[in-house]
Design a binder for this molecule. Sequence first.
Ligand code: FES
Length: 103
Amino acid sequence: PAAWTDVGEPDDFPDGAVWPVVAGGMPIAMFRQGESLHALHDLCTHGNARLSDGYVENGRIECPLHQGLFDICTGAACGGPVTEAVRSYPVRVRDGRVEVATP
Ligand code: FES
């Protein structure tokens, strides 16, 4: 079963930014797009790079190493040299705290 990990308050994650957190012992890149929060595995599927070191643009995160693009909501690969989706994790807000579910 999934375990929910507290990763902070909604205001810790500014709109349009990416922020690294750890949940379930795994590196996670946290995003806010307007009112919605998203969590992706914080490692590019193409090489050894942290997506949280990348750039957010138009609902996508650009990998800092070779400019591969992933959809922030789904983790889908959507440009550059990346062909494999990055894992996306469920996020919820409970009692004013942001929680991420990891397996
Ligand atoms: Fe991310 Fe190559 S390591 S695009």
